[in-house]
Design a protein around this ligand. Sequence first.
Ligand SMILES: [Zn+2]
Length: 146
Amino acid sequence: MVHNISLPPGEFGGPWIDDLFMGTLDPQAHPYFRKIAGLEVSAHYVIRRDGSLIQYVPTDKRAWHAGVSSWKGCERCNDFSIGVELEGADDVPFAEPQYETLARLARGLQARYGKLDLAGHSDIAPGRKTDPGPWFDWARFRASVT
Ligand SMILES: [Zn+2]
């Protein structure tokens, strides 16, 4: 499952995403952080703007990235999905190296798990979530994985 995240929203490159997923986000560091610090959230992977890949949760363990969600009639997508957060926002293009890393990651996961459904957070939580957003190039991603 593909997401985007930036902390604070719209800013890239800071340590905050790492802090959030490590559970160490300082609620005082930015007004927005007060709303999200302490939330139980995580993702299996983050792909930074430069394409670097960071893993937070083993793929055979559950990460808390989906929230209230449904995919093909199954609820609670955290129970059966792998969450990948691209450092990005709904209103800006993703960086070239991010597609390359994401393709490599997805191919590796498919080699391990077999063919995977590729979906976005907005697909499993429509009306509630908009990421990865209109800039994410699904056609390119799908073509790079198959
Ligand atoms: Zn998301």
